[in-house]
Design a protein around this ligand. Structure first.
Ligand SMILES: Cc1ncc(COP(=O)(O)O)c(C=O)c1O
Length: 447
């Protein structure tokens, strides 16, 4: 039998990996997914309703996702991606431009391509701690808000940093602009000790990847639509276009179980274990960069790049969410009473990590690209590949997306500046994997 993927997964599981990454069930050690049976992988037979026209048991189940009385919840079986595609597509025929935070996920740009939408990219604040985009620059909002039809923000960012999104939503409301909040990393928000969700702030559409931080199966997400939000019917129509016509009952059932977990969650155990874990990490000479979301631990160590740290963790079969030049990002489990997570083993493996004392790196200049701009969603038909050294003043033909976190930094249609080339060199020199850049080459418009 040739089963390369199955064999690889089995090989990995045999090494007893410890998950410090998504999905939130952490190799099935957190939450209630043991209640799922593989035989539940069914289809729309009598009695099982139909996600695309839910009237019976699926409708009841979705009504149970009652995080806030102002919102209706709908299951997504093709991830938060499908919710983002549906909302943006629904606004395609509305006059005006999309207003886009620069740190939106690539699914937003894919949606803009499909909707042929003209969009304005907002200048952002950059975090001193993680060197990532956080929230929109307020003065950029003021200049770009005119004749916008939908604003899209990511909250929190991948690294667990928040911004004053309540004021941003309020500002948008004052200008009659609906907001889509990509809360992919915030399904656990509003639990005691965690940041507030934008469901408390009147956002029009909020999309949460339950699978990332809560214990549900990968690809299971929820879109919350405010009862007063425009275009609900159109969004539901496009959800049926962008999602499988055979929605997985396993995914939907896992959402129900994850929501039950959320509703009954007591975060006391989480915060106790988090404190213990941080102590063990710090005793090894690593530092924690504290961010708004306690579920995210950004770990740095003097003299080590994040990529090197990742290898040290992986040598102990501890798998992190991502590594960049500065740090590794751990997504902590929502530990709970009677969970199956190998916590003591985790502490022992970290205590056994091979970390040597090194001097800190000298502060180096990190080039960053952060300007207001326009995203050109039109197809570029004639394309050629050139070396990044020859790219000055050319027009970029494909988005450049460092992965992870999967956020496009340079966008199709942008004129390539020296600053952008400098950043491309930086990625190459630090061996950062960038979708759209290969062997030191990128695609440009061939006029
Ligand atoms: C900020 C953000 N938005 C959206 C998505 C897409 O979510 P999903 O994987 O649920 O489709 C991701 C996935 O990594 C993300 O990081």
């Amino acid at each position: 039998m040739t089963l390369p993927l199955t064999n690889r997964l089995n090989h990995l599981l045999n090494k007893k990996p410890i998950s410090m990454h998504v999905p939130g069930h952490k190799n099935m050690t957190i939450g209630y997914l043991s209640a799922l049976k593989m035989e539940m992988d069914m289809t729309e037979i009598t009695g099982l309703d139909d996600l695309h026209q839910a009237e019976d048991v699926i409708a009841q189940s979705m009504q149970h996702i009652d995080k806030h009385p102002d919102y209706d919840a709908y299951f997504l079986v093709n991830g938060t991606t499908s919710g983002i595609l549906a909302v943006i597509q629904s606004f395609a025929k509305v006059k005006g431009a999309y207003l886009i935070a620069r740190n939106v996920h690539k699914s937003v740009f894919h949606a803009l391509d499909l909707a042929h939408g003209s969009s304005r990219l907002l200048k952002m604040h950059i975090s001193n701690k993680t060197k990532q985009y956080v929230g929109p620059d307020e003065s950029a909002l003021k200049t770009q808000v005119v004749k916008a039809k939908l604003a899209v923000f990511t909250y929190p960012n991948y690294y667990g940093e928040c911004f004053d999104v309540a004021s941003t939503i309020k500002y948008m409301k004052a200008h009659d602009i609906p907001t889509l909040i990509d809360e992919a990393h915030g399904a656990h928000f509003n639990l005691t000790g965690f940041p507030k969700s934008t469901l408390n702030m009147g956002a029009d559409y909020v999309v949460q990847s339950y699978h990332k931080t809560l214990p549900s199966l990968t690809m299971s997400s929820i879109i919350f639509i405010h009862k007063q939000a425009p275009l609900r019917e159109s969004i539901l129509k496009y959800l049926s276009y962008f999602q499988s016509s055979s929605p997985s009952y396993l995914l939907m059932s896992s959402l129900e179980l994850a929501h039950e977990f959320y509703k009954t969650y007591d975060s006391k155990v989480f915060f106790e274990k988090r404190t213990q874990l941080i102590k063990v990490i710090e005793d090894k000479g690593m530092h924690i960069i504290n961010v708004d979301d306690p579920l995210k631990l950004n770990v740095q160590c003097d003299g080590y790049t994040g990529i090197e740290l990742q290898t040290l963790f992986e040598n102990k079969e501890i798998y992190v969410e991502l590594a960049d030049t500065n740090q590794v990002l751990l997504v902590l489990p929502l530990w709970h009473k009677d969970d199956q997570f190998p916590f003591d083993d985790l502490l022992m493996r970290i205590q056994g990590m091979d970390i040597e004392h090194r001097d800190p790196f000298e502060e180096t200049y990190l080039p960053f690209y952060n300007e207001e701009g326009i995203y050109d969603s039109r197809e570029i038909n004639k394309i050629k590949k050139i070396s990044i050294d020859e790219a000055h003043n050319e027009i970029l033909a494909t988005n450049l997306v460092p992965y992870p976190p999967g956020i496009p930094v340079m966008l199709k249609g942008e004129i390539i500046t020296r600053n952008m080339i400098e950043l491309m060199h930086y990625w190459r020199n630090h061996q950062i994997r960038v979708e759209g850049m290969k062997d030191n080459k990128i695609e440009i418009k061939d006029e």
